[in-house]
Design a protein around this ligand. Sequence first.
Ligand code: ZN
Length: 198
Amino acid sequence: MTSPVASASSYPVAPALVEYPHPALRRPTEPVTVFDDALREFCQRMFAVMEAEAGVGLAAPQVAVSKRLFITDHKKRKGAEESERRVWINPRLENQQGTSVYEEGCLSFPGIYAKVTRLNTFDIVYQDEYGVERRQSLDVSAGDFLGIVVQHELDHLEGRVFIDHLTPLQVEMVRKKLQDLEKTYKKATGSAGAVIRR
Ligand SMILES: [Zn+2]
């Protein structure tokens, strides 16, 4: 049976978080080309998944959808009550400068935290859920925690995860937790998944 609107995009009705070593975390993503209600509904479902896990960012590959989009829900200022939900589609970085180190975690790597070196200052150019192009300048050392979040999520769109940035010594420190996740995945699926070589 054909769809009444042939060009409508198709997204899972009940997206679910995937954890390391699920292979979706390593798949390259496709640009979003159709900005329709199906896309916007999917984004709302992603917010529900992220809120259930108390996350600040979630990328489509983390719900096994290989599309270039992620969402964030960040506090506007440190300690602020109010937060701001945002959808970032087909994002790219410009005017990158300097580095900044920040301790990161990831909903797809529960219980693992490590310091990662990121860019300090950059512009992110992206489209919102209606396809409107937007640009935001971020400066991590000036207090833009969002600058760390968007770099972490952008990595997911390239099939990269924060563990890829760690030194061998840092990986050694989280080895046991990675192995536990690998065992859990193998028990649930019967396959090894996309295991990080170390
Ligand atoms: Zn992540």
